[in-house]
Ligand binder design. Structure first.
Ligand code: ZN
Length: 143
């Protein structure tokens, strides 16, 4: 039925049914009421948000909105499946710069476990290896 209205039990405004969820107060009032409750009960709100996020329905909705976001914003993240070329370019840059993380991973260590001196020594070794490889290549080309 179109044109049907309902009076909000809180702000007394007369609104079309689409302006209500299911209760007696309108959507705006419902949002305000929730915001007020969150402000008054931050701890309960946190628990409730966590419970919602870990629920079957909450997870499905979060997944769907994440998928929608990634589809609409392909450049804001470099996930392989979405933009393989961005992902590869980023990896290449990491390899060229020999970041702590990259060097540590090359030794099979996490960057947190690897001592800084060891990372530095390994980085220099990798730079020398690269330099040698480059020199050999140039030598072969000039022959
Ligand atoms: Zn209202």
């Amino acid at each position: 039925m179109t044109g049907e209205t309902k009076t909000c039990g809180r702000c007394q405004a007369v609104k079309p049914l689409a302006g209500f969820y299911s209760g007696l107060i309108c959507r705006e009032c419902s949002k305000k009421k929730t915001a007020e409750w969150k402000k008054a009960n931050p701890e309960k709100a946190r628990v409730s948000a966590l419970r919602w996020a870990s629920s079957e329905k909450g997870r499905a909705i979060n997944r769907a909105s994440a998928a929608k976001f990634y589809k609409e914003n392909p450049y804001t993240h470099s996930h392989y499946s979405a933009r393989p070329e961005v992902y590869r370019a980023k990896n290449k840059l990491t390899a060229e710069r020999l970041t702590d993380c990259y060097v540590a991973n090359g030794m099979g260590l996490s960057v947190r476990d690897a001592p800084k001196d060891l990372i530095q020594a390994k980085r220099e070794q990798m730079q020398i290896t690269r330099l040698l490889r480059e020199l050999n290549k140039q030598l072969k080309e000039t022959k």
